[in-house]
Design a protein around this ligand. Structure first.
Ligand code: PGA
Length: 256
């Protein structure tokens, strides 16, 4: 991770259908990202596309990531993908704890084991946390706290340098810019996340952890979230599948 740069990660989820289409999305993004000095672009495609995309790219401004890993490292786990496998084909990052994986069974303990597995394989871990809904009594903050504390238990101060937090309120995922959290609410939550980190680690280390926002980031809200939300970048879902829209988000991050 480069200090001082904004980080914009593209979570392609289960898209697109073929490698040919993946290349068609990647090629224009590659051209834009290559010109941007102030942004680290991370492309997180489906696992089969990591190697061919990484192999087709010789620049330095784009890095690749995996959407998930098993915490087991080898053995009888049909269908599984281990951290060392994605690392060996060019991934530098892994998403852990995405709400769509939590919905299919990953609890905080599972997420913690995946964080460990990613760090042990020398991957940078993007730990996703976010509440399902907000309540006026502030229970959602406890939910975020539990997700962070459990997932980062056992992570050393040195290892924390390879950890990023993606704050993704679940109710804002996969909608449109109007449904994203307001920059003010994002700011409040990032301050809260930062506070939890300072309770777990020393202040300097806690303040170095990049916090990204995810949940309906689009061209129309990216600038405001970045300048008023106190985040260091984005985890972008649907808008990252449109090369034009994603390139514009990258350019906004570069000049903000
Ligand atoms: P979205 O997805 O940008 O489509 O809301 C974000 C995510 O799920 O990481």
């Amino acid at each position: 991770m480069k200090k001082g740069k904004h980080i914009v990660a593209a979570n392609w989820k289960l898209n697109p259908e073929t490698l040919l289409r993946a290349k068609k999305i990647f090629d224009p993004i590659k051209k834009t990202a290559g010109h941007l000095k102030n942004v680290e672009t991370i492309i997180i495609p489906p696992a089969p596309f990591i190697a061919p995309l990484a192999d087709s790219y010789s620049g330095k401004r784009i890095l690749f990531g995996a959407q998930d890993i098993l915490y087991e490292t080898r053995g009888a786990h049909t269908g599984g993908v281990a951290a060392s496998m994605v690392e060996s084909v060019g991934a530098k990052y892994v998403l852990v704890g995405h709400s769509e994986k939590r919905a299919s069974g990953d609890d905080n303990e599972t997420v913690a084991k995946k964080v460990r597995s990613g760090l042990d394989a020398s991957l940078n871990v993007i730990l996703c946390v976010g509440e399902k809904e907000r309540d006026s009594g502030g229970k959602y903050l406890e939910f975020i706290q539990a997700a962070l504390v459990t997932a980062l238990r056992g992570v050393t101060t040195k290892e924390l340098r390879a950890v990023l937090i993606a704050y993704e309120p679940i109710f804002a995922i996969g909608k449109s810019a109007g449904d994203a959290l307001t920059p003010t609410h994002i700011h409040e939550t990032t301050l809260y996340i930062r506070r939890i980190l300072t309770e777990m680690f020393d202040r300097d280390s806690a303040f170095r952890v990049p916090i990204l926002y995810g949940g309906s980031v689009e061209v129309s809200n990216a600038g405001a979230i970045l300048s008023e939300g106190a985040v260091q970048g984005f985890l972008v879902g649907h808008a990252s599948l449109s090369p034009d829209e994603f390139s514009e988000i990258l350019s906004i991050a570069d000049r903000t």
